[in-house]
Design a binder for this molecule. Structure first.
Ligand SMILES: Cc1cc2nc3c(=O)[nH]c(=O)nc-3n(C[C@H](O)[C@H](O)[C@H](O)COP(=O)(O)O)c2cc1C
Length: 455
C-alpha cells in the first residue's frame, strides 16, 4: 500500500495562538469543562485522525493573567475520552522526573484497557524550572541527570508492562482458578533512582504497552527518542531543519537496531486556513492584533530558563548575543536553538520574534488556502521531512473544523490519508508492531510471583 500520512491533533488551550482565547473562532466553554476535550476528540475521530494529544506542565505559568492553559490533568482527561470516543488514539504527557514508575505504568495501562488499546504516553523529563519547586523544592534536576533518570525509568516501566503474559488470566469459575501464577513475574529492579519489586498489579494491556511518544530534540533527547520512541513530536520553523532532524533520528534509530519505519516523525504544523490567501492572512492579523508583547516576553524568558529580556527594545533587530548560550540553558535546550537559528537567519526585531512565537511557540506556522496546506504537507512528506504531522490549529475548534472539512479530503483524494480506520488500536493506526513478551522468550528466565494476602 502507498505510504500514508499520520495525523495527530494537539489540543492546547483554546487554540495554539496565544491570543486564541479572545477570538470568536475559539470555544467559549471553560477549559475545565470536559465537554470541550470530548467535542474536539470526537471531531478528530470523525476526520480519521490517528490520535489526539494533551501536553502538561507541572507548575502554573507566570502569564496566567493574560493566557489560559489546558487546565485539566491530562491522564484524567484521557479516561473521559476513552469512554466518549472509540477509535482515535489518546496521548498524554507525563513526567519521568516527577512521577514514580509504578504509578505511571498503572495509569497508562488502565487507559489502554479502558480504550481498547488506544493509549500513548508522551515521555517528558520536564524542562520547566518552576516545576521543581512543587516537588521537594531542592532545585531543578539538570538536563543530563533528568535524562539519566529517564533511562532507568523506562527500563522499569517496560518491565512492569511486560510482567504479565497475555494469557495469565483464566477466570475459570468451574475450577476456581482466576490467574496462572507462572504467567506473572516480579521485576526485582534495584537501581540508582528506583527500587521496584513488581509485578504490575493489573493484567497486560491490550497493546502490550502503551505507544511511546517523545519530543526531545537535544543530542541527549534524540538518542533517548531513538531508543524508545515510536512517535516523535518536533518543532521546526523551516523544512531544511525538519529534514536534518528526520534523517538524524532515523539514522540513530537504525544504529539502536530498530526499524526506522517504526519511529514516526511528526513535526508541528499550525495552519491558519482561509478560502483565499487574503482571507487566511486577514484572520492571522486579526488574532495577532489580540496578542500582548508583554506576555510574549514572559514566555521567552521561561524558554531560556528565566533569563531577563525586559531591557531589550521591541523594534531593534535582534542579534544572537541578546540571548544566553543555549548550552547553559537547563530548560528545553532544543527550542532555544530553534529560536537562535531564526534570529541568525532572519534578524527579526523582538516584536517580530514574539509575533511568530505567539502563533505556535516555535512550530511551523503558515496562513493559506486548503490546497496550499495540503501541498506543504505532501512536500514535507515526500521530501524526507515528516511521516505525518502534529496538527496545531491556531483556533479551536474553528480551525480544526476547517482543516477536517477542507484539507483532509484533499489529502484523501491524493491517496495520502486513510478514508476509514482499518483497526482500533493506536498501534494499528500508526503501523507499529506489538511489543514482544518476555514470556515468549525461552532464553529469559520466567520468575514466579510470591503473592501476599490482599486487602
Ligand atoms: C509537540 C511537543 C510537545 C511537548 N510537550 C511537552 C509537555 O507536555 N511537557 C513538557 O514538559 N515538555 C514538552 N515538550 C518538550 C520536550 O519534551 C523536550 O523537553 C523539549 O523538546 C526539549 O528537548 P530536550 O529535552 O531534548 O532539550 C514538548 C515538545 C514538543 C515538540
Amino acid at each position: 500500500m502507498k505510504r500514508q500520512l499520520h495525523l495527530n491533533l494537539f489540543i492546547h488551550a483554546r487554540g495554539h495562538h496565544e491570543a486564541s482565547w479572545r477570538h470568536p473562532g475559539s470555544s467559549s466553554l471553560p477549559l475545565t469543562d470536559v465537554r470541550y476535550y470530548q467535542q474536539l476528540a470526537q471531531r478528530a475521530e470523525r476526520a480519521l485522525f490517528d490520535s489526539i494529544f494533551l501536553a502538561d506542565q507541572l507548575a502554573l505559568g507566570g502569564d496566567v493573567t493574560q493566557a489560559p492553559r489546558t487546565w485539566l490533568e491530562p491522564i484524567t482527561v484521557l479516561a473521559a475520552l476513552a469512554v466518549s470516543t472509540s477509535r482515535v488514539g489518546l496521548i498524554a504527557t507525563a513526567s519521568t522526573t516527577y512521577t514514580e514508575p509504578f504509578n505511571l505504568a498503572r495509569q497508562f495501562a488502565s487507559i489502554d484497557h479502558m480504550s481498547n488499546g488506544r493509549a500513548a504516553w508522551n515521555i517528558v523529563t520536564s524542562w520547566l524550572a518552576t516545576a521543581a519547586d512543587n516537588f521537594g523544592g531542592a532545585g531543578q534536576v539538570g538536563h543530563a541527570d533528568r535524562y539519566a533518570r529517564a533511562e532507568e525509568f523506562m527500563s522499569v516501566v517496560n518491565e512492569l508492562w511486560d510482567s504479565w503474559a497475555a494469557d495469565a488470566i483464566i477466570d475459570d469459575r468451574a475450577s476456581g482458578f482466576y490467574a496462572k501464577l507462572d504467567r506473572i513475574r516480579p521485576i526485582n529492579h534495584r537501581g540508582a533512582s528506583y527500587g521496584v519489586a513488581g509485578p504490575l498489579n493489573m493484567p497486560r494491556c491490550p497493546q502490550g504497552r502503551p505507544v511511546l511518544v517523545q519530543a526531545g530534540s537535544s543530542d541527549t533527547g534524540r538518542r533517548f527518542a531513538a531508543r524508545y520512541a515510536e512517535a516523535v513530536f518536533t518543532a521546526h520553523m523551516a523544512k531544511a531543519t525538519a529534514q536534518e532532524f528526520y534523517a538524524d533520528l532515523k539514522r540513530l534509530a537504525a544504529a539502536e537496531g530498530r526499524n526506522p519505519a517504526h519511529v514516526l516523525i511528526l513535526p508541528g504544523l499550525s495552519p491558519m486556513i482561509g478560502s483565499t490567501e487574503a482571507e487566511a492572512h486577514r484572520l492571522q492579523r486579526e488574532v495577532n492584533d489580540l496578542s500582548d508583547p508583554a506576555v510574549g516576553r514572559k514566555r521567552l524568558s521561561g524558554r531560556f530558563g528565566g533569563h531577563d529580556f525586559s531591557h531589550l527594545p521591541l523594534d531593534r533587530p535582534l542579534v544572537p548575543e541578546d540571548f544566553p548560550d543555549p548550552g547553559s540553558v537547563e530548560a528545553a535546550r532544543s527550542r532555544t536553538e530553534v529560536i537562535l537559528n531564526l534570529v541568525r537567519r532572519d534578524k527579526p526585531t523582538l516584536r517580530q520574534l514574539l509575533g511568530y512565537l505567539a502563533s505556535a511557540r516555535g512550530h511551523y506556522v503558515m496562513a493559506g488556502t486548503p490546497e496550499q496546506v495540503a501541498d506543504l504537507m505532501e512536500d514535507w512528506f515526500a521530501d524526507g521531512a515528516a511521516d505525518g504531522f502534529n496538527i496545531m490549529p491556531p483556533l479551536l475548534p474553528a480551525q480544526l473544523e476547517v482543516f477536517s472539512a477542507e484539507v483532509i479530503p484533499l489529502l484523501q483524494r491524493r491517496g495520502l490519508f486513510r478514508t476509514d480506520y482499518t483497526g482500533t488500536a493506536l498501534r494499528e493506526h500508526y503501523g507499529l508492531p506489538w511489543p514482544a513478551s518476555v514470556f515468549d522468550d525461552p532464553n529469559r528466565a520466567v520468575g514466579r510471583h510470591e503473592f501476599s494476602a490482599g486487602v
